[in-house]
Structure formats: structure tokens, C-alpha cells
Design a protein around this ligand. Sequence first.
Ligand SMILES: [Zn+2]
Ligand SMILES: [Zn+2]
Length: 40
Amino acid sequence: MSEEAIPPAAPPRHQCCTCGGTGIDSYGDTCPHCEGYGYC
Ligand SMILES: [Zn+2]
Ligand SMILES: [Zn+2]
């Protein structure tokens, strides 16, 4: 029997390792790693 829990449509995301989830890099520009999303 299937016991695998099917997650909702939203995929797992993690705070961006470059901007820390702010979406902005240390220069105040859009983070090039997550493109401003804050997650990667
Ligand atoms: Zn990142
Ligand atoms: Zn980022």
C-alpha cells in the first residue's frame, strides 16, 4: 500500500545561501543567486 505522503504543490524551498532570504545582496542589488526571491 502507498504510504508516501504527497506534498502540496509548493516545492520545498530554502533560504538563499547568498542573501539569507532577503533577495538582496550586500550591495543592495537583487541577489544574483535567487534573483530576488530569497529562496534557492
Ligand atoms: Zn542561494
Ligand atoms: Zn539570494
